[in-house]
Ligand binder design. Structure first.
Ligand code: SAM
Ligand code: SF4
Length: 366
């Protein structure tokens, strides 16, 4: 039996332009790959890597560790991190199977040395028609022009507060000015659209929703408000920290005239609205209260080469060892199809059998 017929027997096959696509057992065709290029970060966001005093105060009663017992993030050793060649090999192979959207993320992707070189390699891969990056933006100006020239098309920045003190409380860094400057620069360099993500946390920054949307209106950016998910490194998330998408929307609707934008993609995570009479847009991503798993078309590759089929997967699949043990791409492709067939129907947040992911968002790649 050839390996092709083996694949056809065991996995759902859907073809397009002569290539077999990645289809899971719920008939979802995977198109979107998030690649984390490092697990390191220069921020300590309290919803992701909560290691600041502010985070300790916020989680006080829920902290599972004694005060002063700070967990220093344990970064993966360099030998475990995929090389540019390995990342490019994986993406090329995924693109051959129909992946067309690629997002480079982390940790903080701008901490990865020579990132523009990786971007150039990824941009050259046939089939990749959308190449984006998510960043905290703190050091963006250093490499922005090189990234643009290398073929990066879109950038999403994380910006959760417009109050410098609150920004610091949320991220552990005094960096509001640097990040807003980076957003402006991205617009000037022609990255389009420029998106700004804010994780909204009750009693921390929910009073800033309107100010953030005003920024979107004035600067002509797409502001995404995201529900807080149980993906923090200390596993201290509580349901009562979450501001629901519905609640966010009703606060915004009181202030702005909004027109809903129809999405072309069912897998789109955000419901979006144009802020009337402006180039600004808002979007609400509500994975906790209104899960969109039924249309999920995403796959994730961590910086240390593990494939995850869901943010909340309890199982990861080791492609680093596989890639390092074989030069045969067909072996890797077959394994990828097998892994895709195991993609979960959806997350289980809020259910009794919910299992907190073993890694934080910073280490998975958001
Ligand atoms: N460091 C970069 C940044 O912050 O943009 C990229 C990696 S970060 C993990 C990617 C995205 O995940 C960010 O937009 C961040 O806001 C989001 N994120 C992190 N932890 C989260 C959580 N617990 N709930 C919801 N979103 C989260
Ligand atoms: Fe914040 Fe992103 Fe770093 Fe997490 S990875 S701590 S969200 S900057």
């Amino acid at each position: 039996m050839t390996s092709e017929s083996f694949v056809r027997r065991r996995f759902r096959i859907r073809s397009e332009g002569g290539r077999s696509l990645l289809v899971d057992s719920f008939h979802r065709t995977l198109r979107d790959l998030r690649v984390s290029v490092t697990d390191r970060c220069n921020f300590r966001c309290l919803y992701c890597l909560p290691e600041s005093e502010a985070a300790e105060n916020f989680y006080r009663d829920r902290w599972k560790f004694r005060s002063g017992d700070a967990i220093r993030p344990r970064w993966k050793p360099k030998r475990d991190i995929l090389t540019f060649e390995e990342i490019t090999r994986f993406v090329r192979l995924a693109a051959r199977c129909g992946i067309e959207k690629l997002r480079v993320t982390g940790g903080e992707p701008l901490l990865r040395r020579n990132l523009p070189d990786l971007i150039r390699r990824l941009a050259e891969i046939p089939g990749i028609r959308d190449l984006a990056m998510t960043t905290n933006g703190f050091t963006f100006p250093k490499s922005a022009r090189l990234l643009r020239a290398a073929g990066l098309q879109r950038v999403s920045f994380s910006l959760d507060s417009f109050d410098p003190d609150n920004f610091r409380k949320l991220t552990g860094v005094q960096g509001l000015e640097q990040v807003t400057r980076s957003v402006k620069l991205a617009q000037q360099l022609g990255f389009s659209p420029v998106k700004v993500n804010a994780v909204v946390i009750k009693d921390i920054n929910d009073h800033e929703i309107v100010a953030l949307a005003r920024y979107a209106r004035e600067e002509g950016v797409s502001m995404r408000f995201i529900e807080f998910m149980p993906l923090d490194a200390r596993k201290s998330w509580q349901r009562e920290h979450v501001v629901s998408g519905r609640d966010m929307f009703s606060r915004l609707r009181e202030e702005f005239s909004l027109t809903e934008i129809d999405s072309e993609r069912p897998a789109e995570t955000a419901r979006r609205w144009r802020i009337d009479d402006s180039d600004g847009e808002i979007g609400i991503i509500a994975p906790v209260t209104e899960p969109f798993c039924g249309h999920c078309d995403r796959l994730r590759l961590t910086a240390d080469g593990q494939v995850r089929t869901c943010l909340f997967s309890v199982q990861e699949h080791d492609f680093r060892s596989l890639m390092r043990s074989t030069g045969d791409d067909e072996v890797i492709e077959t394994r990828l199809r097998e892994v895709v067939s195991l993609k979960e129907s959806g997350h289980r947040i809020g259910r009794e059998d919910f299992v907190y992911p073993s890694r934080s968002m910073s280490s998975i790649g958001g």
